[in-house]
Design a protein around this ligand. Structure first.
Ligand SMILES: Nc1ncnc2c1ncn2[C@@H]1O[C@H](COP(=O)(O)OP(=O)(O)OP(=O)(O)O)[C@@H](O)[C@H]1O
Ligand SMILES: [Mg+2]
Length: 414
């Protein structure tokens, strides 16, 4: 059975059709929201399995796979009326082709044992599809890449799909150096990149299109409507990157900072470590939640910051007192004159490494921008938004900032 026999052209958005048999080892499908990436890749996966390919489908967290990729693939199977051709097991998270025993195996990166032991019953893995690849760490990508080994007649492929969140992401560094942003694709023997937006998806309703076109927030518009890598330019912080910091998670000398919030703003708390010699800040974990009462917050902090001092926004002495009454070692930040700019300048002089799981921090570091004057020129004042975890980070590191300040003060003048 060939593809052409079973696949009506109208089943796919035309932009993706040339990619059905693309042989490149690395294939990147990125772009705006609702551009048809997942539907296309799910459809291709169904056809690939019927032709004997074994695919591992991965997301960062197993439980999101069942509701996203597995459902997407089941929908593709029924769209193509191929229900009779597959055995679907939602318990094992596998779908097996009845004609050849080839499998789709769905697995979360948090399911370490399963990931380690994956062996399709019929031949080696030929494909890995990483859905929402911006959620995963570079090391995980490298490990998955190594999984594609063994003799098979099929070319092996790593397929990644995602929305382009920010340019400091490892995905940008790894794959986009040769990508011409005025085009929507890159083709080389080893690498295929295809950028799509909602305009490439003929299956969207008018309402879907309207919702995407009416997005006004510049960042969300760039990333989700236009499929462009998140804004840079007037960003306050460009000196940061994400990494998998699992190896540092048990560090002892952690610093904690907290910015209060309740209904419109989230309460934000950060746990970090400072390496003074390297001038490097490690952001290890974050707490970011709206609607927390001080009681509930204290409850969270008991496990987030056990037996540790937490430097809090001093503008809320009552909340600090509440936390203390609950046994949290809450301290008010000192916030000297000009502490905001001083803190920002100090942070800009460091190397900031954010654990891959701290997605809110990564988002704030991407979005935090200088204000603009009436002519649109940027001025050296930060906008008062997208700064909750960043404020918490300044409080956490306050002692380090003034330690450095004191050291400079103490240095003799020549
Ligand atoms: N081949 C198709 N057949 C039928 N419907 C489709 C097809 N491709 C896309 N759609 C419709 O378009 C919607 C959006 O497509 P899809 O979820 O694949 O976009 P996406 O690029 O993965 O979006 P996101 O970046 O938000 O994950 C789907 O929910 C589905 O309703
Ligand atoms: Mg998708």
């Amino acid at each position: 059975m060939t593809r052409r026999l079973i696949l009506p052209r109208s089943a796919l958005n035309p932009v993706y059709i040339p990619c059905l048999d693309a042989p490149q080892r690395y294939q990147i499908y990125f772009g705006g929201a609702s551009s048809g990436k997942s539907c296309f890749l799910a459809t291709r996966l169904v056809l690939d399995t019927l032709s004997g390919r074994n695919t591992l489908i991965v997301r960062n967290v197993a439980k999101t796979l069942r509701t996203s990729c597995l459902n997407e693939v089941q929908k593709a199977i029924s769209r193509l009326s191929l229900g009779g051709c597959f055995r679907i097991s939602r318990t094992d998270m596998t779908i097996t082709a009845r004609n050849n025993g080839a499998q789709m195996i769905f697995c979360g990166l948090d399911d370490v044992e399963k990931i380690k032991s994956i062996t399709p019953p019929n031949g080696p893995l030929t494909d890995v599809w990483i859905e929402e690849a911006t959620e995963i760490a570079y090391n995980d990508f490298k490990q998955l890449d190594k999984r594609l080994r063994g003799q098979t007649r099929h070319v092996k492929r790593m397929t990644l799909s995602f929305n382009p969140v920010y340019k400091t992401h490892w995905l940008y560094r790894e794959f986009f150096s040769g990508f011409d942003e005025s085009k929507n694709f890159l083709l080389s023997p080893d690498l295929l990149i295809l950028k799509t937006t909602y305009r490439d998806n003929q299956f969207l309703t008018e309402d879907d299109v309207r919702a995407l076109e009416s997005e006004r927030d510049p960042y969300f518009r760039a990333v989700y409507t236009l499929g462009e890598w998140g804004a840079t330019g007037e960003n306050i912080f460009t000196n940061w990157r994400t990494e998998d910091l699992s190896h540092l998670q048990n560090s002892e000398k952690c610093l904690f900072g907290l910015d209060f919030g309740f209904s419109s703003d989230p309460c934000a708390c950060v746990r970090c470590r400072y390496d003074r010699d390297q001038k490097r800040v490690y952001i290890l974990s974050e707490l970011y939640e709206k609607g927390l009462t001080n009681d509930a917050l204290a409850q969270r902090l008991r496990s987030f910051a056990p037996h540790s001092y937490v430097t809090c926004d001093s503008a809320e002495p009552k909340s600090i007192a509440d936390l203390k009454n609950h046994g949290i070692l809450a301290l008010p930040a000192k916030k000297g004159p000009d502490s905001l700019m001083h803190g920002i300048q100090w942070l800009r002089a460091q190397e900031i490494v954010v654990d891959i799981r701290c997605t809110h921090m990564a988002r704030e570091l991407t979005l935090y921008q200088w204000k603009r004057d009436r002519d649109g020129q940027s001025i050296r004042q930060p906008q008062d938004r997208d700064n909750h975890l960043i404020d918490a980070l300044r409080y956490a590191l306050e002692g380090e900032m003034s330690a450095r300040y004191a050291a400079i003060q103490a240095r003799p003048c020549w």
